[in-house]
Design a protein around this ligand. Structure first.
Ligand code: GDP
Length: 193
């Protein structure tokens, strides 16, 4: 997809702060360090638009990136911070849940998992949560440049089995280094707007 225009529109911690124009939204979620900022930057063809490697413990917000005046990519804070207090984790959880369960213009979610390893318990919980709410989901296995090509089928099998990906949803292998999968991810997004 050709990117003509990207705006980092706003950050929100609660529903009153979400954008009001009614553009369709696609959320992106994953554990911190999974490669979410890199994926967003690859999608929008910017080097460091989305900040990479967010610091655990600092204020986390939902960040809305307006693309081509057509849609928002919504950067959901990375989950699974071991170092953050229980209270803080609960606050993140509430913010993410409020967004995912009440947002009418949310058309789908991309959940990132690290293609080098089996999905974690946090990944499984996240996928179960969005499946329960029937939010169309694309699972993206990142960092595939680090996985030998002859192991790619194994990655597909392990991710599919661990998450128990259902019929409605899809899995895409991806690398921000090589841009492998970029067009396929855009295709999925466009099919769900
Ligand atoms: P975030 O915390 O999920 O936003 O993750 P980042 O995008 O900041 O990436 C975390 C680290 O993984 C950084 O050092 C990135 O350079 C690296 N990284 C992200 N995507 C890829 C990828 O596709 N391949 C490789 N080899 N490294 C990646």
């Amino acid at each position: 997809m050709q990117i003509n225009d990207v705006k980092m529109d706003l950050s929100a911690v609660s529903a009153t702060q979400y954008p009001k124009e009614g553009l369709p939204e696609i959320a992106l979620a994953g554990r911190s360090n999974v490669g979410k900022s890199s994926l967003i930057n690859t999608l929008i063809q910017r080097k460091s638009f989305a900040r990479t490697s967010s610091t655990p413990g600092k204020t986390q917000t939902l960040n809305f990136y307006e693309v081509n005046q057509k849609l928002y990519l919504v950067d959901v804070p990375g989950y699974g911070y071991a170092k953050v207090s229980k209270k803080r984790r609960a606050e993140f959880g509430t913010m993410i849940e409020e967004y995912l369960t009440t947002r009418k213009v949310l058309k789908g979610i991309i959940i990132l998992v690290d293609g080098r390893h089996a999905p974690s318990e946090d990944d499984v919980s996240m996928y179960q949560f969005v499946s329960y709410y029937k939010i169309p989901t694309l699972i993206v296995a990142t960092k595939m440049d680090k996985v030998k090509k002859n192991q790619w089928n194994k990655t597909v099998a392990v991710v599919t089995k661990t998450l128990q990906i259902n019929q409605r949803d899809q899995l895409q292998l991806f690398s921000s280094e090589t841009k492998f999968g970029r067009e396929k991810v855009w295709q999925w997004i466009n099919e769900h707007l």
